[in-house]
Design a protein around this ligand. Structure first.
Ligand code: SAJ
Length: 440
């Protein structure tokens, strides 16, 4: 039997030993899914705190139930370690590490590079490696292939197998999770795709096979670039509607009444999260090396990045109309998470809105039921969520709804506030009807 046949057999009968590099919001759910499918899984992460929690049979990822981890740890199907040398025993390795941006806006490949360099030390014949981290097209072939194979005289597609399969984890979502979200997968060679698909089909309901790693890398970027550009479109529409004296929320709801050929997006104070504002810039960055300017991405990114400034300009105008200065005024920001009903503040536009108002001399406080403390990474300021939200609403000269958490009682907020700027249409019809409310 060939190396490929031997490995496929081990993957199909689940005797293959599986490792997940990176145990974050992507890696830990994936480890549990492979473990529950019957694989022997080893999680590897340099963060000892994570490993200690997992060793106790507990989870630190809200989407992963502690009971699931406890059961796998107890049965011996899942162990976690900071020791990368365990990789020399592994047959199948999935790399799930972050791909953020540098402060310059360029891709930060340091996590992929360090994971790949660690794995390279333990590469051997008969391994399959899958990269899950969202990245620019060509990463798998240009960066992983040489470091993991060529430099060890291992022939990819014969001695070992390499593929890309983008993560599609949406933290907090319960209807589509790792096991039932279709998984795109493309190999460096046909054989690589075949082996990696045999592995993933052993645990994930639907694997959508594409012909190359680049096609898989690009499909993920299309998914999130599609969102970023359409959010940029409705943000620009909000600016145009304000000039025209038209209610953008009414316009969007009307367009959304079309049962086909339209997908609803809503304007807001900017683009947060670790996916949508970041992933498309990996594509535009890569295209620069082909002397191609990805104009849609650049323009949408410019519009989205400018939304915090636009929101603050609207607040300035609205307060001026009410005979108030922003400078010296007490401002309460409601909601700082990057989207409603979650506890993640990464890249949240709220931090920019707060920073801009602070720079104009406003006395800014915030409340967020999910985020007890915030700090600005570059400007250095920090603050705690106010304890008594309604008391702060009453005392504020203006209340700014930045993230529309479901649990807020917007009717009571309007009743108790002097003025509300609603950047998410959280107040809806009540806000539209109230003299005290202005919406984006
Ligand atoms: N946003 C808007 N208007 C919209 C939609 C979103 O301003 O119409 C803002 C949000 O407030 C947030 C940012 O954009 O600040 C991103 O929001 P998101 O709904 O795209 O949520 P994310 O960042 O959690 O995106 C994830 C992505 N999942 C993966 O990459 C695996 C994305 O592909 C999913 O489509 C998205 O979740 C989802 O649908 O929830």
């Amino acid at each position: 039997m060939s190396t490929k046949e031997i490995l496929i057999k081990k993957l199909k009968d689940k005797t293959a030993k599986v490792a997940i590099l990176g145990l974050g919001y992507v890696g830990l759910p994936l480890a549990v899914v492979f473990g529950e499918a019957g694989f022997q899984v080893t999680g590897v992460d340099p963060d000892k705190r994570k490993i200690d929690v997992l060793a106790e049979g507990k989870s630190y990822i809200p989407d992963v139930k502690t009971e699931a981890v406890a059961k796998l740890v107890k049965s011996g199907n899942f162990t976690a370690t900071t020791d990368f040398s365990v990789l020399k025993e592994m047959d199948a390795v999935s790399i799930c590490v972050p791909t953020p941006l540098r402060q310059t806006g360029d891709p930060d490949m340091s996590f992929i590079i360090s994971a790949t360099e660690e794995l390279a030390k333990y590469m051997h014949k008969g391994m399959v490696v899958v990269l899950e981290s969202t990245t620019y097209p060509g990463t798998t072939r240009e960066l992983l292939l040489p470091k993991l194979g060529t430099e060890h005289n291992l022939n990819v597609g014969e001695d070992w197998f390499l593929a890309f399969s983008p993560e599609r984890v949406d933290p907090g979502r319960e209807d589509f999770t790792t096991i039932n979200t279709p998984k795109v997968l493309g190999g460096i060679t046909e054989e690589c795709g075949e082996v990696a698909t045999a592995w993933y089909e052993g645990a994930i309901k639907t694997v959508h096979r594409v012909s190359t790693a680049e096609a898989a890398e690009m499909s993920k970027l299309l998914e999130n670039t599609f969102r970023m550009i359409n959010i940029g479109l409705v943000n620009e529409l909000a600016i145009m509607c304000e000039r025209l004296g038209v209610d953008v929320w009414e316009v969007i709801d009307a367009a959304a009444s079309k049962p086909f050929g339209f997908m609803k997006f809503t304007p807001g104070p900017g683009l947060g999260g670790h996916c949508i504002p970041i992933d498309p810039l990996y594509l535009s960055w890569k295209m620069k090396s082909f002397n191609y300017n990805a104009r849609f991405i650049e323009l949408a990114s410019e519009i989205n990045t400018n939304m915090p400034r636009y929101v603050v300009s609207r607040i300035l105008e609205a307060m001026n109309d009410r005979g108030k200065h922003l400078k010296g005024s007490k401002i309460l920001v409601l909601g700082v998470a990057y989207k409603p009903d979650i506890d993640d503040v990464r890249e949240s536009p709220a931090l920019d809105v707060i920073g801009l108002m602070r720079n104009k001399g406003a006395l800014v406080e915030y409340h967020d039921p999910y985020i007890p403390h915030i700090h600005h990474e570059y400007d250095g300021w920090q603050m705690d969520s106010v304890k008594d939200m309604m008391k702060s609403v009453k005392e504020a000269d203006a209340v700014i709804v930045v993230t529309n958490h479901k649990e807020y009682d917007y009717k009571a907020i309007i009743e108790n506030a002097k003025f509300v700027f609603d950047s998410r249409n959280a107040t809806g019809k009540l806000g539209k009807a109230s003299e005290k409310v202005e919406r984006l």
